[in-house]
Each structure stands twice: as structure tokens, then as C-alpha cells.
Design a protein around this ligand. Structure first.
Ligand code: XIL
Length: 342
């Protein structure tokens, strides 16, 4: 049945999307019809991050998170909690915490309260997000600086206690690349050797139409699966725009400003690039299908091009086209290419 992505890939893996508040609040009827038709898994793009769900020491804001979870339950979707421990999008009060013990208390209270609220409802959690540097060493985050790498073990141990049935993931970007992958393998091995429960690894998948990384991705799937982990691609999108970090030269800082050269497809994406995007998605999904027994889920980081974070990152106000649905919520050639693989 190729009427939708989720039915086309039903026997293979879950097909997910990230939801922003507009979707959670069901403000756009066409978008919500599409989400329900195409996807069987959802991740909260922002509203479960500590800055939003835990804005002050003793204050939580569960309003949108509750709606997000209800949305998933009502539509029989697999629900992903994103994310419990991350150095980014933290509330301000966390930066004012002085002692390691106080930071540990914050982290543990946060996990207990947020995860505890949705026991039996949320299927899997990104327990720790982005703990590594590109060279595979630990990121010098506020958590690492104050607690050392043991915060990772403590977070996973507690998560396993709070909801013993939830799947627990380590999630990060670029961990398909060899050096960072090595770091991820070491991080996870250390948990496993200490008897700490971890079910899976999330490879974010923020790639480009120019990435040439199929071998790295395949090696990663095999190596992580070999460790007994489920492999998920948790935040898939493919930028079609130039990457300022790729550019060399004196004007590199300028490239982070709004510069027309960095925003070449302001009005429309040429057909030739649509085709490259479609081919690239198709190559990726061929590889995912080859390893379908090792892959639990593929989640796109957003529903349509208009709602993609890549319009604003890493340069503000660009027009990007990284997803399967266009700005009017119509399926793109990339969508067709994934349907026609089945
Ligand atoms: C992004 C969101 O998409 C943006 O809306 C927000 O402004 C910043 O965060 N890695 C992650 C995600 O784990 O949580 C990030 O999401 C993208 C990178």
C-alpha cells in the first residue's frame, strides 16, 4: 500500500515527523490531515526541551507537552520524548547553579518530573542529546564541566527507573562520521559495561544534498547494531543551501550574515535541484531498506519546507527546501521518489 509514507514502509520502520506548536495546536487543517495520513511517529521539535517545559526552578509548563502527547495517543502514533539532558535550550536559572550537587539535583528532578508525567505514554526518550565533540571527545557542556561524564550514566540509570518500559536512546549529530562515531561507541560501551540500560542510538541526520556519506552511514548502522542497539534516524533533513562552514577565506564571518549568495533559491527551487534532492533521499532510503532489520525509525525534522528550522540556521532568513513537502504542503519529487522505492 503506497498511499502514504507510513503505509509504504509499514513492514520496515516507523516514519516520523517533528511537530512544532502550530501542529500540536492543530491550527492548520491541511497540515494535520497530512501528518495523520503520512506519519506514525512524532517528536516534539521544541516544547519538551527544558527551557520550555521547565522555565524556572520549581515551575514546569506542561501545557503544550500534554497536548503533544494527547495528539500522539489519539492518533495511535509512536511518541518520542526529546530531550531530557542537553546543553542547549536550557532555562537561564541552570547557568546560575553553582555547585555540582545542585546541578545534579536539577538534572534528576527534571528527569523524574518530566519523564514521570508521561510514563506509559511516551514510547522512547532521547535521554542524553549531543554529549560529544566532532573529534569524539566529550563536549565541555555545563553538565560535563560540573559532573564529568558520569552525568550520562546517572541520567540513563534514573530514566530506566522512572519508566522501565520506555526505550532509552543516546542521540547526536554527525555520529556517522568515523571520529565522532568512535566516541559514541565508547560512550555507549561504558554504559553497557556498567550494566546501564540503553536501547538505541539516534543518528540525527542533518545532512546536505551534497553529503557523500553513504558508507559512513552504513558502517554506523552495522557497528551500532552489533552492540545490540536499535538504530534510529531521528532528525532527518537535507539542506539544499551552501554551508558557511565549508567556505574558506577572509569573508567567512560575513557569510553568516544575510548574504544573497548564501540564499540562492529565494523564490523557487530549480527542477534540477529538486531532482538532486529526490535522488539523494532515494539513495538514503535504499540503504535504510537494506538494513531494515536494524532500523527502528526514520523521523524527518519537520513536516514541510516552510516549517523547517533550516530556514533560520545557521544563517537567518534563508529559504530552504530540505523536506518532502513544499510550502503549500504538497508532496515534492523527493516524496514520490520514496514512494516509488516500494
Ligand atoms: C532545533 C529546532 O528545530 C529549532 O526550532 C530550535 O530553534 C533549535 O533546535 N539537534 C537537535 C534538535 O537535537 O533539538 C534541534 O532542533 C536541531 C539540532
Amino acid at each position: 500500500n503506497t498511499n502514504s509514507l507510513k503505509s509504504a514502509y509499514q513492514e520496515d520502520f516507523l516514519i516520523g515527523t517533528a511537530l512544532g506548536s502550530e501542529h500540536i495546536l492543530e491550527r492548520n487543517e491541511k497540515a494535520n490531515q497530512l501528518i495523520k495520513k503520512e506519519f506514525n511517529a512524532i517528536t516534539a521539535e521544541n516544547i519538551m526541551k527544558s527551557q520550555l517545559i521547565h522555565p524556572d526552578v520549581n515551575r514546569y509548563n506542561f501545557n503544550l507537552a500534554d497536548k503533544f502527547v494527547d495528539y500522539g495517543l489519539k492518533n495511535q502514533m509512536y511518541i518520542v520524548g526529546h530531550t531530557l539532558v542537553w546543553h542547549s535550550q536550557l532555562p537561564n536559572f541552570v547557568y546560575k547553579i553553582g555547585s555540582p550537587d545542585s546541578l545534579r539535583i536539577f538534572m534528576k528532578e527534571h528527569i523524574k518530573t518530566v519523564m514521570g508525567r508521561y510514563v506509559g505514554k511516551i514510547n522512547s526518550w532521547d535521554v542524553v542529546n549531543e554529549a560529544l565533540n566532532e573529534d569524539g571527545t566529550y563536549r565541555k557542556s555545563i553538565f560535563f564541566n560540573k559532573l564529568g561524564d558520569t552525568y550520562i550514566k546517572e541520567a540513563f540509570e534514573l530514566a530506566a527507573q522512572v519508566d522501565p518500559k520506555a526505550d532509552l536512546y543516546y542521540n547526536d549529530y554527525n555520529i556517522e562520521q568515523p571520529a565522532k562515531r568512535k566516541g559514541a561507541i565508547a560512550l555507549i560501551k561504558k554504559l553497557q559495561e556498567n550494566g546501564v540500560k540503553i536501547n538505541g542510538v539516534g543518528i540525527q541526520g542533518h545532512w546536505s544534498i551534497n553529503s557523500n556519506n553513504l558508507k559512513d552511514i552504513e558502517d554506523s548502522i552495522l557497528e551500532f547494531a552489533q552492540m545490540g542497539l536499535k538504530v534510529a534516524f531521528t532528525e532527518l533533513d537535507l539542506t539544499v543551501l551552501p554551508n558557511p562552514w565549508d567556505l574558506r577565506g577572509a569573508d567567512v564571518n560575513q557569510r553568516f550574515q544575510e548574504d544573497p549568495k548564501m540564499n540562492p533559491y529565494k523564490d523557487t527551487l530549480p527542477d534540477s535541484v529538486q531532482t538532486v534532492l529526490a535522488n539523494r533521499y532515494s539513495e538514503l532510503f535504499k540503504l535504510f531498506l537494506k538494513h531494515r532489520d536494524k532500523i527502528s525509525r526514520i523521523t524527518f525534522w519537520g513536516v514541510d519546507d516552510h516549517h523547517s528550522w533550516l530556514n533560520g540556521f545557521p544563517i537567518p532568513n534563508r529559504t530552504n527546501y530540505p523536506l518532502l513537502f513544499d510550502r503549500t504542503l504538497e508532496p515534492k519529487k523527493a516524496y514520490q521518489s520514496l514512494i516509488s522505492l516500494k
